[in-house]
Ligand binder design. Sequence first.
Ligand code: ADP
Length: 448
Amino acid sequence: MFHKILIANRGEIAVRIIRACKEMGIRSVAVYSEADRDAMHTRLADESVCIGPAPSNQSYLNIAALMAAAELTDAEAIHPGFGFLAENAEFASIVNESGLVWIGPTPESMRIMGDKVTAKKKMVDAGVPLVPGSDGAVETVEEARAIAKEAGFPIIIKASAGGGGRGMKVVHSETSLANAFSMCKSEAASCFGDDTVFIEKYLEQPRHIEVQVLGDTHGNLIHLFERECSMQRNNQKVLEEAPSAFLDPETREKICAAGVAAAAAVDYEGAGTIEFLMNSDKSFYFMEMNTRIQVEHPVTEWITGVDLIEWQIRVAYGEKLAFSQENIKIKGHAIECRINAEHPFKFTPSPGTVELYHAPGGRSVRVDSQLYTGYKIPPHYDSMIGKVITHARDREKCIRRMQRAIDELVILGVTTNQELHQRLLANPGFQSGDFNIHFLEKWLNQMS
Ligand code: ADP
């Protein structure tokens, strides 16, 4: 096994990876910006290296500084976590070419899946269903108009290089099409350095359901069932569950098989997620593949018993998966609530000093967080400060367990979205399990 791994990330995911390393007997190297000198990941790792000033582009996105830190500490592999450089194929290539191991898929799989237009072309060949829309990139407004006419409004214009819920525009009628099209193209150019856009039919009330896959370097590729991620605001997930309350066994088998087919099409190695949209008639369409570990991976770990970070590391080292598809069974239900340092209903970020932190505990409660009493949340990064995950025999019991866990959580000094979760968990619409990706925003609009 590796002796030493460098973690090119911060926050709770860096802590999560350091914990996995410790349990595997691997030494961990944290990297930190000047704003993260006192961060949990900096403290927990066996070694830590400062890689630059607070702004991400000078630290966590600084490839030269990261490579120098790896060299300095004699690390053998780099785990990118999620966000920052996790889906940057160029960084993955540099890591590999320097003789280090990239804990993730091959740069080639990342390149194909990272470009949504290329990814969709690959999916057509693999027989994975796609949302109706353009065959590939759309160059002109005239072209956009023709596609919109055929698919029917509303449509969604997306940046091929987009991600994280950015670079998308919904268009409801022909009147606003020309304007939206040119805006989307210029935004894509300035945000992602690539103005390629494409068009999909905008599904009115879909659910977001995604399939976790795991592959090794010996050709074994399995799925670990699905996650329900429809509880979103601004295309950002707020609460996730596994399994989805909406799927019957037959649909589950179909969507999971489609997930494996999608990953197999790019010879996928490591942990990855295929995101689908599902209509109320249970038809589903490929949206994109995330070629990295995801925020919501703990719900899958809990229902399957597989430690996903451990297996990312093992397969990167060249080990074979120690289990096959038949060994993976769903046990109970798991829910994750993302805890953000932001106003629960206005969503304004709230960095600052945590005066008091008390994590919930008890049976089947897991907390992945970088918080501690006295920690100063820097204003430079993502507002997510942790995740509370619960598991139970069934969904109803899991919700009740989460309610009491969220009630137990104490974070003083900064505003968090704790109350949003309390109210959401008590909401009959959420409890019924019958909701789509617009549920949360509709409910928030009614409240204000
Ligand atoms: P990103 O890469 O930014 O995450 P995605 O393509 O995964 O972008 O889309 C993010 C979210 O946008 C989805 O979870 C869904 O809520 C919404 N969305 C994307 N495409 C469509 C579509 N064709 N119809 C309806 N909603 C969509």
